[in-house]
Design a binder for this molecule. Structure first.
Ligand code: AMP
Ligand code: MG
Length: 432
């Protein structure tokens, strides 16, 4: 693994006291390496896991040309009629899904066919039954020649996946559709990377855990709960180590235990510049750790590196203490780093450009992640989509994250936004 110092020394414009978001992510990306462990699991258990092998289709899906409709299969040469009407005799047995290939109709004949049934030999087209006028005894059908074109309503063998075609790439985080795809290829099990183990704790003498009395000047520890939620969504194994007080021995013991039991360690609090507590000191003493001031808002201070203890090592993310800063730094640094460590290749999340309903003050030279609400301008179903910020944007105002449904991403160089300008938004929720 490349050391942090060697990665940093290759950068010409490295400034740890005003590090652009993109630079920090580049450094993190170069230092983080995927875990190697692999396990074989039944496909249902593979949901949200990282595929460890390329999946190549062993069969054609579908295995035969088949009908996409209930109707009548025939040879498309019958469509070349001068009368504009096609008349065919219904021959042989009805072709049902799951039945065999059925009998081949002769010239001037059609076969009654159901959706999914194998196309009879010689047939390349299906006319849906709703386009057809059948005789009273069902022995003859008639339909307009322009009701269908040659090849309509026929699914081709292998059109979903051809044999030997790449179906899913290694590194894919398995989605519901992928489970179905694997099943359609007959796979009972797949190989996935082992789950990451992530340890996390909060630091700060002012923190109290739920159930403890809230002494004067204290706050409940909320960061461990947002971290719990965000990490659960990444499908990692969690090691929640509680609140660690600002005491060198307690901190060292916590960092060592986290490092020996987890692939990554996430802490919150104690990394601000000028912070009097011991967190930074202990982090630095246990490994290759750098302390950044990132050119962003919220979330300026952050520690990143690798710590070692007892012959094991772990990635370290020392996030700021402020509750919104924890979430913003998690989503914009830690998420991608953990994806990389779990062996996943995940494309960057899409940014959408929508109109800002209001002006937003912004200085060039830092990236801002304002919490936004994307909604229709008329509050109903008809208006244009537009975004506004959720009231107070202070980095301690966790309600701003809870109310928001997107980040308004204001890029490093960007200046203030006027009402009506287009801005980039990143949605919180997706369909699957
Ligand atoms: P720090 O980064 O340690 O200076 O903390 C910045 C602010 O975040 C302070 O107001 C802390 O009280 C608050 N804070 C730190 N950790 C937590 C936590 N786990 N839960 C809630 N607030 C926190
Ligand atoms: Mg503190």
């Amino acid at each position: 693994m490349p050391s942090l110092q060697s990665v940093i020394s290759c950068l010409s414009d490295y400034d740890p006291t005003a590090l652009p978001v993109a630079h920090a992510n580049r450094i993190i990306g170069e230092v983080v390496e995927p875990v190697r462990g692999v396990e074989q699991v039944p496909i249902r258990s593979a949901l949200d896991r990282v595929l460890a092998e390329d999946i190549i289709s062993p069969i054609d899906v579908p295995a035969h040309d088949n009908s996409a409709m209930d109707g009548y299969a025939f040879a498309s040469s019958a469509l070349q009629t001068t009368a504009g009407q096609v008349e065919l005799e219904v021959a042989g047995n009805t072709a049902f899904a799951g039945g065999g290939a059925g009998s081949q109709p002769g010239a001037g004949q059609a076969v009654r066919i159901m959706t999914g049934a194998v196309m009879p030999a010689g047939c390349d087209t299906v006319v849906p039954q709703e386009f057809v006028e059948a005789s009273a005894d069902g022995s003859r059908i008639r339909f307009a020649a322009d009701a269908v074109r040659a090849g309509d309503n026929r699914r081709l063998r292998g059109e979903d996946l051809a044999r030997n075609q790449a179906a899913l790439p290694a590194g894919r985080i398995i989605q519901p559709a992928d489970l179905g795809l694997l099943a359609s290829l007959g796979f009972a099990e797949v190989r996935v990377r082992r789950r990451l183990r992530v340890a996390f704790f909060s630091t700060g003498d002012e923190l109290r855990s739920i159930g403890e009395p809230l002494d004067a000047g204290c706050v409940y520890d909320s960061n461990r709960y947002t971290l719990h939620g965000m990490l659960r969504r990444l499908n990692v194994e969690l090691i929640d180590m509680g609140v660690v007080r600002d005491d060198p021995a307690a901190l060292e013991a916590a960092f060592r235990s986290a490092c020996e039991n987890a692939d990554a360690v996430i802490t919150s609090g104690g990394v601000s510049v000028g912070e009097a507590d011991y967190t930074k000191q202990i982090m630095a003493s246990l490994g290759d750790v750098t302390f950044w001031k990132i050119a962003m808002r919220p979330g300026r201070p952050m520690a990143f590196g690798r710590i070692a203890s007892g012959g094991r090592d772990a990635l370290l993310f020392g996030l700021p203490g402020n509750p919104v800063a924890v979430m913003v730094t998690f989503y914009h640094f830690v998420r991608a780093a953990l994806h990389r460590q779990m062996g996943a290749s995940v494309p960057p999340l899409p940014l959408m450009r929508v109109r800002s309903a209001q002006s937003i003050r912004k200085k060039p030279g830092r990236t801002e992640y304002q919490r936004g609400i994307l909604a229709r301008s008329d509050g109903g179903n008809g208006g244009e989509w537009e975004v506004r910020v959720t009231g107070q944007q202070g980095s301690g105002v966790l309600r701003s994250m809870s109310e928001a449904n997107c980040f308004i991403v204001l890029a490093h160089e960007q200046d203030s936004v006027r009402a009506g300008d287009l801005v980039d938004v990143m949605l919180f929720d997706g369909l699957v």
